[in-house]
Design a protein around this ligand. Structure first.
Ligand code: SF4
Length: 377
């Protein structure tokens, strides 16, 4: 919400009813880096087509059935975005900002039409334009599941109507990428999709099977390499402690092996958080699955990092990377920005930070059970 103030009333004209009538759909989540980039969220599909991974279970999407939206419906959403965008830009011009969208533009509009402050669609487009209108994220969990000609049609329409976009990204399952041909992926890339976010989680086949990820390590490698060759910037997610105590060594060794084969542009670390609604919780209660402590998690990370020969970046851009420099817990051990640490140049720095974290008393760091509020895990 904008903090509107009464001293900003100006003589500008815009059609607030038209803005409020211009609606578009958004899904529940996007990668944190897309929030940091103030991405426009465009929902091309709904929910997850798999819903089975034991560490996720599609709960964030309420386990709802996957749906592909029609190209016509998505185009209507893009039309709405353009309508809102045009009205905002026109106010900017009237205020003398020459089309540049500033906070003052938003405040002026909200002062004149307070209902705009409750429109999530208006606020999203405003925020997106305030940061240059540069990036968009296609929701939900696996937009690459769309037919190739449909996703190309959506991308062409989006780029035509939102010409300031220079980065368009999406989540994609490896299994789905594996099924697309190189030519199809190249066509999608050329139409304007620039970055893919892929949930690798682990490179260990036994763990992939146990977690019901629906993909093998070879398929991960083939799919991700094909996407890179097609020109995509590749961001992969790795879950520290996904195998708990029992599979830590094999998780680390095989994840490093697979990462080295893929050489992604970004590795984004997402330490595993257990929850009572997850299928793996049953195994936890039986004692089959045992969570690692903060130091044990760092040891696992050390095993992965020390084997890496990659040339991309490793990022700790999530609050679950909850290792700290001291007991005040004001500063995280690893910086949590979206660009992270460049390998191989900063590999030793990451290893030094891991050692520093291991030398601190373990209570300095946060155990995952503290985060999820389950003291007796
Ligand atoms: S594919 Fe992704 S969203 Fe779907 S269940 Fe697995 S981790 Fe969750």
């Amino acid at each position: 919400m904008l903090d509107a103030t009464s001293d900003h009333h100006r003589q500008v004209e815009f059609n607030s009813e038209k803005i409020l009538a211009s609606t578009f759909e958004s899904g529940p989540i996007r990668p944190p880096s897309e929030g940091g980039s103030h991405s426009l969220l465009l929902r091309t599909t709904r929910n997850c087509p798999w819903n089975r991974c034991k560490f996720c279970y599609g709960i964030i999407y309420n386990r709802a059935i996957f749906e592909r939206r029609s190209v016509d419906d998505i185009k209507k959403d893009i039309d709405s975005i353009k309508t809102i965008s045009d009205e905002i830009t026109s106010v900017s011009t009237q205020l003398g900002y020459k089309g540049k969208v500033t906070r003052d533009v938003g405040i002026t509009m909200v002062n004149l039409a307070p209902r705009l402050n409750t429109s999530q669609n208006f606020l999203m487009v405003l925020n997106w334009l305030m940061f240059g209108g540069k990036t968009a994220f296609l929701q939900d969990a696996n937009s690459l599941n769309m037919k190739t000609n449909s996703i190309v049609a959506v991308l062409n329409y989006l780029k035509k109507n939102c010409p300031t976009l220079d980065r368009i990204t999406s989540y994609a399952r490896s299994r789905t990428l594996d099924r697309k041909t190189f030519e199809e992926l190249s066509e999608i890339r050329k139409a304007g999709l620039t970055r893919l976010h892929v949930g690798l989680e682990t490179g260990d086949d036994e763990l992939l099977k146990y977690m019901d990820k629906g993909v093998t390590s070879d398929q991960h490698v083939d799919a991700c390499r094909k996407a890179k060759q097609a020109g995509f910037e590749l961001s992969v997610y790795v879950m520290i402690d996904l195998g708990g105590r029992g599979m830590s060594d094999q998780h680390a060794a095989n994840t490093a092996r697979v990462l080295n084969k893929i050489d992604p542009d970004f590795i984004r670390l997402r330490p595993f958080a257990l929850g009572p609604d997850l299928p793996v919780f049953e195994d936890y209660e039986k004692g089959v699955f045992r969570l690692s402590s903060p130091h044990q998690r760092l040891e696992e990370l050390k095993n992965i990092v020390s084997s890496l020969t990659i040339t991309g970046r490793m990022c700790f851009d999530h609050f679950l990377n909850c290792w700290y420099t001291d007991s005040s817990r004001r500063t995280t051990l690893f910086k949590q920005d979206y660009e992270g640490y460049k390998f191989p140049e900063q590999k030793n720095l990451v290893l030094e930070l891991i050692e520093k974290g291991l030398q601190s008393d373990e209570s300095v760091h946060m155990h995952v059970q503290e985060i999820i509020g389950m003291k007796n895990l």
